[in-house]
Write a protein of this length. Structure first.
Ligand code: BG6
Length: 480
């Protein structure tokens, strides 16, 4: 394995994401030998922490994964802390000096990753200063990792892109959608194109429809402020759901490069049918907001912290999405996502056409809570009646296999270090995703306020959700 040389500068080093996801992910990469003695991390944030304090925070965050304490201590010795106000130019000076010093100490050969885990409003000021204060090197690579959301609609995404492009060109920008770090999502193209029977049947002749479900048991937790401005359509549909849809619907990439994969996803995303008017929306979408659970244990969304008492923010959304490409004519993509549903389940169902059987054949790609693949196969009972029955052909990854799979952030940081851009969103993908969501919000703005709440917490969402699918196929329903 080639040992990677680099410095990561992390903006937002005292934050929750860093401790929960990033430090444990980077530790795994260190443990597995992807990064080694030629690596350093500079953590920055407003707080006045010392290196020692920072290292202790990192040690605490990786505690569960530590098998060898001295190796863990060696790992955290590569972490340095620099208090930083993103608006203060002098602070970039100190960052540059520290980076130069660490570059010599660890022989990182000018490779720099700048990871911004702060409010997107701060992306432009940071990137502009990185350039103007000469933090970008011309010896190795400069890469920028940013968290979602990339803008809050297509116009703001364009503006943001223009600002970032003053310092980083598109090939240097790594936009995170953490779903692309999930191992089974990563494997989708291999499943589709590496199995002759699946590839042969993956078309409108044999497929009746797709279902993509991202159901969550959690509510909005302490994020009411953010969620009020986003709702599920901006929080989950604009990114994760549309990415899964693109991977499921795209044509076979001509080669294995990131450019080719992303070009094929862009093709799908630019052919999503935009809803025309309020009638079209009523027919093809359902929005919901959770009320109190039937047992009274869980509060309604409107009673959550930092949520308006009369909020019309949607916590559930289901829709029929049509992809206007000839191969998907007549094959709808049904998608849904909601907070406070009965349980967490993340699945992609490929439902095949069936004329003569009671239940259709179905491939379910299971991300959570089970992780694996399931095929519903028709046979008959082994008695004289020969009654039709459906049996499962199923593969579930074992606990041990799951433990060995790289975590979402581990894969994403690994891929950024190696320059594998296919695990990240291209700007064009994001803009098309926004256009689809922008249209929904534009139409909602002129529709009467919804009658919320319309589903109890701990349920499967609004009761009439099956009607969406049954308009297409009266025998079909959502799989849970
Ligand atoms: C995030 C959303 O992008 O994804 C959260 O902001 C959501 O609201 C989370 O809970 C779900 O991710 P996962 O990996 O748990 O399905």
């Amino acid at each position: 394995m080639e040992k990677q040389r680099l410095i990561i500068t992390l903006f937002g080093a005292t934050g929750d994401l860093a401790a929960r996801k990033l430090y444990p992910a980077i530790y795994q990469l260190y443990k597995k030998g992807h990064i080694c003695e030629h690596f350093a991390l500079i953590g920055t944030a407003r707080r006045e922490w010392s290196n020692e304090y920072f290292r202790q925070v990192v040690l605490d965050s990786i505690n569960d994964a530590v098998e060898d304490q001295s190796h863990a201590e060696e790992f955290v010795s590569h972490f340095y802390y620099q208090p930083h106000n993103v608006h203060d130019q002098d602070h970039y000076d100190s960052l540059r000096k520290l980076a130069t010093e660490l570059e010599a100490k660890y022989d990182t050969q000018g490779n720099r990753i700048f990871y911004i885990s702060l409010s997107p409003a701060l992306f432009p000021v940071i990137t502009q200063n990185l350039k103007e204060q000469n933090l970008l090197t011309d010896q190795g690579y400069n890469r920028l990792i940013i968290e979602k959301p990339f803008g809050s609609n297509s116009d703001s995404a364009k503006e943001l892109q223009a600002k970032l492009n003053h310092a980083f060109d598109e090939s240097q920008i790594y936009r995170i959608d953490h779903y692309l770090g999930k191992s089974l999502v990563h494997a989708l193209a291999d499943v589709r194109f590496g199995n002759t029977p699946l590839e042969a049947l993956w078309n409108k002749t044999y497929i009746d429809h797709f279902q993509i479900t991202l159901a969550e048991a959690v509510g909005v937790e302490a994020r009411g402020d953010y969620y009020e401005t986003s709702g599920v359509t901006k929080d989950m549909l604009q990114n994760h759901i549309l990415q899964l849809l693109a991977l499921v619907a795209m044509r076979k990439p001509v080669d294995t490069t990131a450019d080719s994969l992303r070009a094929h996803k862009i093709e799908v995303l630019s052919h999503l049918r935009l809803y025309e008017d309020a009638d079209d929306m009523r027919k093809h979408t359902i929005r919901g907001q959770y009320g109190q659970s039937a047992d009274g244990e869980l509060p309604a969304y409107r009673s959550e912290m930092n949520v308006a008492e009369d909020s019309s923010t949607e916590t559930y959304f289901a829709a029929q999405i049509d992809v206007e490409m000839p191969e998907w004519e007549g094959v709808p993509f049904f998608v849904r996502s909601g907070k406070r549903m009965s349980h967490k389940f993340t699945t992609i169902d490929v439902v095949f056409k069936s004329e003569d059987t009671e239940e259709p054949n179905r491939l379910q790609i299971q991300l959570e809570p089970n992780t694996g693949y399931y095929i519903a196969m028709n046979t008959s009972a082994h008695d004289f009646q020969k009654k039709p029955v459906q049996i499962p052909l199923s593969y579930q990854y074992s606990e041990e296999a799951l433990d060995n799979m790289p975590g979402d952030y581990e894969r994403l940081i690994h891929d950024c270090i190696l320059g594998y851009a296919d695990s990240f969103n291209h700007y064009q993908e994001v803009v098309h995703q926004w256009k689809f969501v922008d249209r929904i919000h534009k139409l909602w703005a002129n529709m009467p306020a919804p009658n919320f709440p319309n589903y109890p917490a701990k349920s499967l969402g609004p009761e009439h959700a099956d009607e969406l699918i049954q308009r297409h196929n009266p025998k079909a329903y959502w799989y849970s």
